[in-house]
Design a protein around this ligand. Structure first.
Ligand code: ADP
Ligand code: ASP
Ligand code: MG
Length: 423
C-alpha cells in the first residue's frame, strides 16, 4: 500500500460544493488502496479577507496575533473536509499544524519548518483514517506559539509532510492543469509543461509563478520528493517536478522553460547616498535588522560633482512600511538625502537552463520588451534567469510579448483556468 500526500489549494475548496467535490477525489485515492494524507488551504480568499480585517483594526498587526488569526482559515476548511469525507462513509480526522507535528522557528508570518514529527498522523493512518492537515501553519519550537509559513505556505506543509512520512508522491491540486510556460490567467496561449526540473521550477517559483511556492520546491529538492501539480477540477495528468524525468514524462529541450511575472513587490530608492565605503552595508544592515527580505539591488554611478549616488532595491510590498521605518530611523547616521517608495512596479523573468549555453537570450528578451514599448527600470540575472522591473501597467502586455518572441505560444487549446480569483 502506498502513501500519498495531496494538497488542495483555496480555489479547490472555495465553497461547500468544492469541499464535497474534493472529498470524493480523496475517497477515490483511498479506494485505490493508498494511505492518504491531505493538506488543505483556507477556503477561497479567506486569508486575504482575514488580512484586510486585521489591517482595519491595526495598521501593523502584532505578528503573534496575526498568525493566530490567519490559521483560523485552514481550521475551517480542514474540519469541513473531514465532515464531508465522513459523510461519504469513510473515516477521517483533521489536525492543526501543531497537532500534525509541524515544528517551526519563531519568526511570525514567515516561519520556517525546522522539524516534522507526524506521530499522530501515523497513528490516524494506521487506524484506517484519512488524515486532514491544516496547511500553512506550525508551532514554534521555543515559545510553543502558533506560526504561519508565509503566503502560499500550504504547498510547503504538503512537501514537508510527504518527506517526513516517506510518501511516494506529493500531489498539489490547484485551479489550472499544471505548470504552464506562463500564467494562464495572462497568456491564453501558454503551454502545459509535462515535466520540469527542480532547478527550473525553483527559479520560476522565485520569480513569481505562484502555482508552486519557492520554499516548497526547495524542500522537495532537498528530500527528493517528486511533485505532481494538477487540477482538482479535471482528471487530466498535470506537471511532474523532479530531479529526473520518469517513465513517459516528456522532456522538452527548449532553451526557455517559461516566463514568470510578479506584481507583489515594491521598489525603494535611497536618494543621495555618499559614495564611500560602508554606506551600502549600513543601509542593508538596517533592512536586515528589520527582518525584511530584499530581492534586486541596483546602485547608480555617482555624479562626479556631488559625490552622491542612488541605491534602489525591491522587496515584498507587504514589508514596505517596515523597511521605510527602519531606514528613516537610521537616516541621520547613514546620511542619505531622501527615500522614494514605488509600489506600481512589476517584475518579469525569463527562466531556462538552456540559456547557459545559448547566446542572444538577453538581447532577444530586451528586444521583445522594446518592440512592445515597455521600458526597463532594473535588471538582474542568474545563470538560468533574466529579470527586469517595469511599470505594473505594462506587465500583461510584456509577458505576452516575451512568450511569443521565444516561440512558447501553443497553437492548440487555450489554457484553462477552472476557478480562483487570481487574488
Ligand atoms: P491554490 O489556491 O491552489 O494554491 P494559487 O493561486 O496559489 O492556487 O496558484 C495557482 C495559480 O497560479 C493559477 O491560477 C495561476 O493563475 C497562477 N500561475 C502563475 N504562474 C503560473 C504558471 N507558470 N503555471 C500555472 N499557473 C501559474
Ligand atoms: N491560505 C494561505 C494563503 O492564502 C496559505 C495557502 O493557501 O497556501 O496564503
Ligand atoms: Mg498556492
Amino acid at each position: 500500500m502506498g502513501l500519498v500526500v495531496q494538497k488542495y489549494g483555496g480555489s479547490s475548496v472555495a465553497d461547500a460544493e468544492g469541499i464535497k467535490r474534493v472529498a470524493k477525489r480523496i475517497v477515490d485515492a483511498k479506494k485505490n488502496g493508498n494511505q492518504v494524507v491531505v493538506v488543505v488551504s483556507a477556503m477561497g480568499d479567506t486569508t486575504d479577507e482575514l488580512i484586510d480585517l486585521a489591517e482595519q483594526v491595526s495598521p501593523i498587526p502584532a505578528g503573534r496575533e496575526f498568525d493566530m488569526l490567519l490559521t483560523a482559515g485552514e481550521r475551517i476548511s480542514m474540519a469541513l473536509l473531514a465532515m464531508a469525507i465522513k459523510n461519504l462513509g469513510h473515516e477521517a480526522q483533521s489536525f492543526t499544524g501543531s497537532q500534525a507535528g509541524v515544528i517551526t522557528d519563531s519568526v511570525h508570518n514567515k516561519a520556517r519548518i525546522i522539524d516534522v514529527t507526524p506521530g499522530r498522523i501515523r497513528t490516524a493512518l494506521d487506524e484506517g483514517n484519512i488524515a486532514i492537515v491544516a496547511g500553512f501553519q506550525g508551532v514554534s519550537q521555543d515559545k510553543k506559539d502558533i506560526t504561519t509559513l508565509g503566503r502560499g505556505g500550504s504547498d510547503t506543509t504538503a512537501v514537508a509532510l510527504a518527506a517526513a512520512l516517506d510518501a511516494e508522491v506529493c500531489e498539489i491540486y490547484t485551479d489550472v492543469d499544471g505548470v504552464f510556460t506562463a500564467d494562464p490567467r495572462v497568456v491564453k496561449k501558454a503551454r502545459k509543461i509535462d515535466w520540469i526540473s527542480f532547478e527550473d521550477m525553483l527559479e520560476l517559483a522565485a520569480s513569481g509563478s505562484k502555482v508552486l511556492l519557492h520554499r516548497c520546491v526547495e524542500y522537495a529538492r532537498r528530500y527528493n520528493i517528486p511533485i505532481h501539480v494538477r487540477s482538482s477540477f479535471s482528471g487530466l495528468r498535470g506537471t511532474w517536478v523532479s530531479n529526473e524525468p520518469q517513465g513517459d514524462q516528456q522532456v522538452e529541450h527548449a532553451i526557455i522553460s517559461g516566463v514568470a511575472h510578479d506584481v507583489s513587490e515594491a521598489k525603494i530608492t535611497v536618494v543621495g547616498v555618499p559614495d564611500k565605503p560602508g554606506e551600502a552595508a549600513a543601509i542593508f544592515r538596517a533592512i536586515a535588522n528589520a527582518e525584511v527580505n530584499i530581492d534586486m539591488v541596483v546602485q547608480n554611478v555617482s555624479a562626479a560633482s556631488t559625490g552622491l549616488t542612488d541605491i534602489s532595491f525591491t522587496l515584498p510590498k507587504a514589508e514596505g512600511r517596515k523597511a521605510i521605518d527602519a531606514l528613516e530611523r537610521t537616516k541621520a547616521t547613514i546620511g542619505f538625502e531622501s527615500l522614494r517608495y514605488d509600489d506600481q512596479i512589476a517584475k518579469i523573468s525569463l527562466v531556462g537552463a538552456g540559456m547557459k549555453t545559448n547566446p542572444g537570450v538577453t538581447a532577444g528578451f530586451f528586444e521583445a520588451l522594446s518592440d512592445a514599448g515597455v521600458n526597463i527600470e532594473l535588471i538582474s540575472t542568474s545563470e538560468i534567469r533574466i529579470s527586469v522591473v517595469t511599470r505594473a501597467d505594462d506587465v500583461n502586455e510584456a509577458v505576452r510579448a516575451v512568450h511569443t518572441a521565444f516561440g512558447l505560444d501553443s497553437d492548440s487549446d487555450e489554457a484553462v483556468v477552472y476557478g480562483g480569483t487570481g487574488r
